[in-house]
Design a protein around this ligand. Sequence first.
Ligand code: NAD
Length: 270
Amino acid sequence: MVPLIALNNGVRIPQLGFGVYQVPEQQVAGAVTTAIEAGYRSIDTAAAYGNESGVGDAIAGVPDLFITTKLWNADQGHDSTLRAFDESMRRLRRDVLDLYLIHWPTPKRDLYAETWRALERLYADGRVRAIGVSNFHTAHLQRLFDEFPTTPAVNQIELHPLLQQEEMRKVHVTHRIVTEAWSPLGQGALLREPDIVGLAEKYGKTPAQIVLRWHVQLGIVVIPKSVTPYRIKENIDIFDFELAQDDMLVITELDNGTRTGPDPDRFNAA
Ligand code: NAD
């Protein structure tokens, strides 16, 4: 039901997955199980979310899943990355991960290149099926292009109708990097925008479904988060309708550069 998108190494990622940022460890297994029962096959977590063990509980023994986790900033560096990867895999109880991402470039710390070398090693060793980055801007990507043989398969960036990331999406197309949207719903606030509400009424869908459908029609991979069962189901029920081109453009008009999260050029927390 959910389309698969080919990464630049041929591995295929479901175009819609389930994000678990801010879902507490004790709640996450239930939410992920609800998502799997609703048809989600892709789960997006991170070491920093503190819930990899609970995700591990929910995915144990479930076939055909695509699991993403991310290396936290404090663990950047070659050897520390390899150790952090082992820790994530122990918590998730996976032998092979589907996608491993550098969570933020943290440019001031200047460790992301060394970190990428460790991800290339994990990939060469068959421990992960694809490697990528998150929150990388063009200059950070360019450094990887210049210094390393492997192009990231994915760049997971903040992207929603208020922050459409046109420049980054162009760079990604040029380099065959899949664009993955975090906070695809703008963390919920954007769902009250009158234009989005109007389209929801027109199509007989919810505002969240309109926004997720807009992403999907642009070829973007989305990972909406919810812990509410009916919303978890609602967010995957977007493959039975299509937004007309004029209505896609109504959403394009909403771009005003509003971020919900930090600017990657200035975020150096560890
Ligand atoms: P989101 O845009 O997915 O919004 C989630 C919020 O929207 C929910 O908490 C809920 O309040 C609301 N919501 C969800 N479904 C709804 C519905 N159907 N109707 C009404 N309201 C609804 O925001 P997010 O959680 O920040 O992002 C999604 C995922 O992206 C995260 O869980 C995480 O996996 C990932 N993420 C990654 C980074 C990164 O730095 N790489 C940063 C933030 C999030």
